[in-house]
Design a protein around this ligand. Structure first.
Ligand SMILES: NC(=O)c1ccc[n+]([C@@H]2O[C@H](COP(=O)([O-])OP(=O)(O)OC[C@H]3O[C@@H](n4cnc5c(N)ncnc54)[C@H](OP(=O)(O)O)[C@@H]3O)[C@@H](O)[C@H]2O)c1
Length: 260
């Protein structure tokens, strides 16, 4: 059981906290000037002045990145000497976090939106002298909201953000265009939505359960001269869809570089 201070309890911090409170036995304290809806009995501080505890094992930053420089320093004295800073803030580097507390270990967690329902994919990056125990404890927390992937550089975390952090946005846009195309073929909105989301869910679950590669699965539904072959020729006959996806991820990564 560890003592964990969560700094900021909005959409993502609040969702993670709920999963952590349900699935771990750590003792959480939440610092947020608002009155977040907290699990029963959880300690709450509106500012650092409300905190007596000075030996938190982890301080997890879940603030908007632009607030971190102003807000974080007042909370650092509440961390134990061996305490670790962790952060879910996108676009705020581990190096910048460490600059607030030289010598402290820092672990960044980069969740994506489905973490809100326990089905996210989070990137993890350890900076400084992070012990195996701390890495394991943060990994266990991140696993409460889905799958995790460790990366060994801040640059790879930016690349992971371009793939998985921004990924739900690409998928929502693809689904929207797919539903719109189904409506153009004559279905009403509700049926188009049901057909598209059901097709995507089924294909995804089949891909997860199958031993076959994605390429083999695609080939298995594509008979020569058939309807799927005709659709695929329009979708990616000249590599245009693959190229668009490559450009999409590259643009997101370039933006992450610009925001560093
Ligand atoms: N949402 C996502 O999908 C997602 C994905 C990956 C990473 N993230 C990262 O998660 C972080 C939080 O995002 P979010 O969507 O949860 O934002 P959010 O809903 O705005 O949550 C931030 C929380 O911090 C609180 N806060 C403001 N000032 C504070 C202070 N002085 N002390 C303590 N708490 C304070 C805010 O309160 P008020 O509302 O009263 O200002 C709010 O409850 C961001 O850095 C973001 O990059 C989010």
């Amino acid at each position: 059981m560890k003592k964990i201070l969560l700094l900021g309890c909005g959409n993502m911090g609040g969702a993670l906290l709920k999963a952590w409170a349900d699935k771990t036995d750590h003792r959480f304290t939440v610092a947020d000037p608002a009155d977040p809806d907290l699990p029963k009995g959880m300690a709450h501080a509106r500012s650092a002045d409300d905190l007596d505890e000075t030996s938190f094992d982890y301080l997890i930053v879940a603030l908007k990145p632009q607030l971190i420089d102003d807000v974080l320093p007042a909370y650092l004295p509440h961390l134990a000497p061996s305490g670790v800073i962790s952060s879910i803030a996108a676009g705020y580097s581990a190096e910048r976090l460490a600059a607030h507390a030289p010598g402290r270990a820092v672990i960044r967690i980069m969740p994506n939106l489905p973490a809100l329902i326990g089905k996210g994919v989070s990137g993890l990056y350890a900076h400084g002298s992070v012990t195996d125990a701390a890495a394991n404890e943060i990994e266990a927390l991140a696993t409460c909201s889905g799958e995790i992937v460790w990366v060994d550089s801040e640059d790879m975390l930016d690349r992971l953000t371009a793939v998985a952090g921004s990924g739900p946005g690409y998928i929502f846009e693809m689904l929207r265009a797919y539903v719109e195309a189904a409506e153009n073929l004559g279905f009403n909105e509700a049926d188009a939505h049901k057909l598209v989301l059901g097709t995507v869910r089924g294909a995804l679950e089949l891909a997860q359960q199958s031993d076959q590669s994605l390429e083999d699965l695609r080939t298995s539904v594509t008979s020569k001269g058939g309807t799927t072959a005709a659709g695929l020729a329009a979708l990616n006959g000249n590599d245009e869809f693959s190229s668009l996806i490559r450009d999409t991820l590259a643009a997101a990564y370039q933006r992450a570089l610009a925001l560093r």
